[in-house]
Write a protein that binds this ligand. Structure first.
Ligand SMILES: *Cc1c(COP(=O)(O)O)cnc(C)c1O
Length: 843
């Protein structure tokens, strides 16, 4: 019961579907992953590298024209349509392929074109038809109800349990007496939409009960909703998640409309999907309004006359289809067939199915068994099957983690650690709010309240009153191996499950002792110690110091980060505060050749570029170990100074930034230092007015390229407190280098840790600041600012200490000189006066 992942038996009993030799061949096509562990296949799977070369070669060798004008290209595409149908074990006599931009637009096109009512005139008597959907659908299916409602269909949703029960109850066909043998004038159609596999947790819904549905097994549910029963049922199957890992055999089951996206099967091309329409149901798609190029046989531009083409897909595909992407599909099929052996049932998809199922099952089982040292469960899973049957479960595992005391670990906290370990998973609700709600047991009212309180899909609020608002999803593809399962579990154990580590107690005391021994003057407050040390070095005016000696809090250090994500420039004495924060703080950034800003998250070596600013010589000099320093001018204003500077735009945290290019010489220097080609150094143009994201009282603060606020204040006492909490013997930072990781602008020294969290305003020297809130920390604090090395700490301990809220340091915005003067200089070793609003003591 004292189990941990490391205590689990060896995994040699696991079923290995694809032999190691073949597996090596497969993984050699994904070398671009390097050490990344990719478990987000349900979002998009990855293409094998060899696929790109064959597609490239094809496009290099052949002339493909618009298929409307070129018979050859059209023939190639026709051929691919039948290849697709063959993949699903059917042929053009039974099904048609309509190309779309993806599953979402496929679903939309079906509902827009579907004939809900045979007689679409507004008439009280006429039956309106219904749109029935499973609640546990992808958001793209939920949105269909808006179109269906506009088309006057009744909108009916059905719960997971009711749906399964209706489908699995053996339904007496004779009693079902299909009352209406042939559609009468008032007859209408019912369209049922459900997923073949849940994108939330990989549960496979029955797809072999289509006949049952068509025979009316859901009629009683409709009756309960006081809807008229329309005997013509059509099934819209969302197969996007299912077909990525499973065999869909359309000779065994025949949904009317099957929607899918090809990137979920092959990883490439994106932007291409399809509807597979059962030919005998094609007529139900007769309500399509728009016609575009290629869809009509005849049209008059001046009269409301047009005749649609007779082939279903010709009527449905408006404009020119993405024909080069379609051409690529041929190679997708060929490449997969070459790469994947047909071990199970002599079928490629069955082989993939089993291979990925075993991986997911292994993860599931190990999560089930995962326990904290005190015996409490370390994970909860959100599954609808226990992996006992591959027919009902795909290769997805959805879960949350628990602390030893039973409380939840937020998925955002998990996501940060996963990023750090280079593991790709999905967190949140994965566009399936129905399943999310059912598994997290949240009521509609709770969800509305949560939304009212400011939470939206995709934000960082992962726990509300201790309850999770989402989960973690790991999904497998054919290139994954048991090693990937290990990587994820090792990371979970390392970060979140305290495994039995006997020597821990001893390490704890050692660290504390060594920290104690470094405290030099035990009688003084820390601030006084700093001041007395500072006195020796810079000798400011005598009264100043004596005054400050009384102060309990002092500004110990100030720093700017001239280039976003690069090293700090520590301020020696005073520095000017500009409209965006400290002058020259994050005034420059490095952008990649795609125009996007480079950050330490992508390249940890950035912190080793150390800028120094010389205000007299008006230049910034960059230093990097082993390279000659290089300088750029501070001023750009007069455009003539740098001839080849050009105004450019870049994205920083989804904002567009305007700036000047600093020229080729420094660009080459940086590219070589960071070992990334085509980097450019950009200086933010002074008229670029980024404002603080969180706007209080309608006032806006100008921002430089720092992402959140003008200043970040770090309390050294809090850093010391954190250092003592970090028990990992591998973490060797001292207090100062740990402080550096937080990349604060203002480092204060005082005796009390965490006190800064309660401040509302703060006056440093003569300058007043307003507290904007706590700083949410990301994995950047895990980068050693001297070496660029990544560590697990201090993020793990921060998250542990603050119950998953990764907050450290406070954001400040500048208010102005406290004495009303024009003085905008900030001096180090100034005293720090915190102000706590009286009316806010309740916090
Ligand atoms: C991915 C997915 C979708 C949406 O597919 P798009 O390619 O984004 O249009 C819809 N349903 C399910 C079940 C999915 O997995």
């Amino acid at each position: 019961m004292s189990g941990s992942y490391e205590d689990q038996p060896e995994m040699n009993t696991l079923s290995q579907v694809i032999d190691p030799e073949r597996m090596t061949k497969i993984t050699s096509n994904f070398t671009r992953l390097r050490d990344k562990c990719y478990l987000e296949n349900a979002g998009a799977t990855l293409y094998p590298q060899c696929l790109l070369s064959v597609i490239h070669q094809d496009l290099m060798d052949n002339v493909y024209m618009n298929p409307h004008s070129d018979k050859y290209t059209k023939d190639c595409i026709e051929q691919i349509r039948s290849d697709i149908l063959k993949h699903f074990n059917t042929d053009p006599s039974n099904y048609s392929v309509i190309f779309t931009a993806g599953t979402t637009s496929a679903l939309k096109l079906v509902v827009e074109s579907f004939q809900f009512s045979v007689d679409e005139v507004e008439d009280e008597e006429s039956t309106s038809g219904s749109f029935v959907y499973l609640r546990d659908n992808h958001t793209s299916v939920l949105g269909l109800r808006e179109i269906a409602a506009e088309r006057n269909a009744d909108i009916i949703h059905i719960s997971h349990e009711d749906f399964l029960q209706a489908l699995n109850t053996n339904y007496d066909k004779s009693k079902a007496q299909r009352k209406v043998k042939f559609p009468t004038k008032n007859d209408a159609n019912t369209l049922l939409a459900y997923p073949a596999q849940s994108n939330f947790n990989g549960y496979k819904y029955p797809i072999d009960r289509i006949e049952h549905i068509k025979n009316g097994c859901l009629n009683s549910h409709l009756k309960k909703q006081l809807c008229k029963i329309n005997n013509s049922w059509y099934v819209l199957l969302d197969a996007a998640s299912f077909v990525s890992n499973s065999k869909l055999d359309l000779s065994e089951t025949q949904p009317d409309f099957v929607c899918l996206s090809f990137y979920k099967i092959f990883g490439y091309p994106s932007g291409l999907g399809a509807i597979l329409v059962k030919n005998s149901s094609g007529d139900a798609l007769c309500q399509k309004k728009y016609f575009g190029g290629g869809t009509v046989d005849f049209v008059l531009s001046t009269e409301d006359v047009h005749v649609k083409r007779k082939e279903l897909y010709e009527r449905m595909e408006d404009g020119t289809i993405p024909f080069l992407a379609v051409i690529a599909l041929k190679h997708c099929f060929d490449t997969m067939h070459r790469l994947i052996p047909k071990i199970i049932n002599n079928h490629m998809m069955d082989t993939i199915s089993y291979h990925t199922f075993y991986l997911a099952r292994d993860l599931f089982n190990q999560l089930q068994d995962l326990k904290h040292a005190n015996g409490s469960k370390a994970a909860v899973t959100y599954m609808d099957s226990d992996f006992s049957n591959i027919k009902t479960q795909g290769a997805i595992v959805t879960f949350n983690l628990l602390r030893a005391d039973g409380s939840y670990i937020g998925f955002v906290e998990f996501q940060h650690m996963a990023d750090l370990f280079n593991i790709s998973v999905r967190t949140g609700c994965f566009c399936n709010s129905g399943s999310c709600q059912r598994h997290l047991a949240a009521t509609n009212k709770e969800l509305k309240d949560i939304h009212k309180s400011g939470h939206v899909c995709g934000d960082e609020i992962d726990l509300i009153d201790g309850k999770p608002t989402g989960a973690i999803r790991a999904s497998f593809g054919y290139f994954n191996t048991f090693e990937d399962v290990d990587k994820l579990l090792n990371m979970i154990c390392k970060c979140f499950v305290k495994t039995k580590r006997k020597p821990r107690k001893r390490i704890l005391t050692q660290i504390i002792d060594s920290l104690k021994s470094t405290k030099l003057y035990n009688g003084l407050t820390n601030a006084q110690k700093i001041l007395s040390e500072a006195q020796e070095f810079i000798m400011p005016e005598a009264e100043d110091i004596s005054q400050n000696m009384d102060s309990a809090i002092v500004l110990k250090e100030a720093a700017i980060f001239p280039i976003k994500s690069c090293g700090a420039f520590k301020i020696r004495s005073t520095w000017k505060i500009g409209p965006k924060g400290f002058e020259y703080d994050r005034d420059w950034m490095i952008i990649k050749d795609n125009g996007v800003c480079l950050t330490q998250k992508q390249n940890t070596r950035m912190c080793m570029i150390k800028p120094k600013i010389d205000l007299h010589k008006r230049k910034m000099t960059l230093y990097f170990e082993g390279r000659h320093p290089i300088s750029v001018p501070l001023d750009f204003g007069s455009d003539s100074k740098l001839k080849n500077s050009s105004l450019c735009r870049s994205k920083v945290c989804t904002d567009t930034i305007q700036g000047y290019d600093c020229g080729d010489e420094v660009a080459d220097w940086i590219s070589e230092a960071l070992e990334i080609s085509y980097l450019r150094l950009i200086k933010q143009s002074s008229d670029d007015n980024r404002t603080q994201k969180k706007k209080h009282d309608g006032e806006k603060k100008l921002l430089s390229l720092s992402n959140q606020a003008q200043f970040l204040l770090i309390n050294k006492a809090t850093v010391r407190w954190l250092r003592e909490k970090i028990l990992d013997p591998l973490f060797t930072d001292d207090e100062d280098s740990l402080t550096d990781r937080f990349r604060g602008n203002l480092i204060i020294e005082m005796d009390e840790e965490l006190a800064e969290r309660d401040w509302h305003r703060v006056i440093i020297g003569n300058q007043e600041f307003k507290v904007e809130g706590l700083c949410p920390r990301c994995q950047m604090v895990c980068i050693d600012q001297q070496t660029g090395e990544k560590t697990v700490e201090p993020l793990r301990t921060i998250s542990e200490q603050f119950a998953g809220k990764l907050r450290f340091g406070i954001y400040l915005s500048y208010v102005g000189p406290a004495d009303g003067s024009k003085d905008r200089l900030l001096k180090i070793y100034s005293s720090v006066k915190p102000i706590i609003n009286d009316d806010d003591i309740s916090r």
